[in-house]
Design a protein around this ligand. Structure first.
Ligand SMILES: Nc1ncnc2c1ncn2[C@@H]1O[C@H](COP(=O)(O)OP(=O)(O)OP(=O)(O)O)[C@@H](O)[C@H]1O
Ligand SMILES: [Mg+2]
Length: 229
């Protein structure tokens, strides 16, 4: 294994109990993803893509398998999952999921606050991350409802970077944006991989994301297979 392979998922299965019985959302899924790379997952609605990101982000627990992130087993009963979710992974969602009552700046400061960072440092770092995403001036004090979709998503990416995680998990990050704004978001996310050595794992229907991907997988009925270029 290359030491860039920060994420290793081995034989992971996840089922949900529903009224009609059981749904197998992940069926013996195995893959690796590297730092510095964009890894993409495509597949039809209901095939298990979001479940896979949630399981990797430790928001859902699988029944079986192994998940190793930066050498730590996150399914180990002794794993510090609060810290893992806060500091090792950053989430970017299709509908942004910002806190509507907080400003752009406060949304980005929130994860730093939860991690115990000093307020002055939170403010400095949040402004710097937002600036890097092209969000500045009056937008720093704007609430999500007063910003465009692209601005909301750039704030959400800055928030995902708040505690400098190694892994960025993005679920249809351009799904709610027009083509040009979506391209900006793709450029930002691929830049995080290329220039900041992040491991970027994205779920998408967007063909232009496939073009910037180093590795791509297809999810189908809970099963993952590698797509060859
Ligand atoms: N909390 C849940 N409870 C019960 N079933 C669930 C739950 N979450 C997901 N599922 C089921 O698991 C399967 C995979 O869902 P998932 O959300 O991972 O699909 P997806 O590939 O992300 O789809 P989409 O492209 O529509 O977002 C689906 O059959 C779904 O109905
Ligand atoms: Mg989904």
């Amino acid at each position: 294994m290359s030491d860039k392979e920060i994420l290793k998922v081995m034989d992971v299965s996840k089922t949900f109990q529903v009224d009609a019985g059981e749904v197998t959302a992940m069926d013996n899924v195995s893959f690796t993803a590297e730092k510095g790379h964009v890894t993409t997952i495509v597949g039809p609605s209901g095939s298990g893509k979001t479940t896979l990101l949630y399981v990797v982000g430790s928001l859902e627990k699988p029944e079986s398998g192994e998940i190793e992130v930066a050498g730590s087993d996150i399914l180990d009963p002794g794993a510090d999952l609060v810290r893992y979710r806060r500091e090792s992974v950053g989430f970017v969602f299709q509908f942004f999921n910002l806190v509507p009552t907080l400003t752009a700046l406060e949304n980005v400061m929130l994860p730093m606050d939860l991690a115990g960072m000093q307020p002055a440092e939170q403010h400095r770092r949040a402004a710097e991350l937002l600036e890097r995403m092209g969000v500045s001036g009056r937008l720093l004090k704007a609430r999500p409802g007063k910003m465009s979709g692209g601005e909301n998503q750039r704030v959400a990416i800055a928030r995902a970077l708040a505690n400098d995680p190694d892994v960025i998990l993005a679920d249809e990050p351009t799904g709610n944006l027009d083509t040009a704004t979506g391209q900006t978001v793709i450029d930002i996310l691929s830049g995080l991989a290329r220039e900041e050595n992040k491991c970027v794992l994205m779920v998408t229907h967007d063909e232009s994301i496939l073009e910037v991907s180093d590795k791509a997988f297809q999810m189908s009925d809970g099963r993952l297979s590698e797509l060859t270029a």
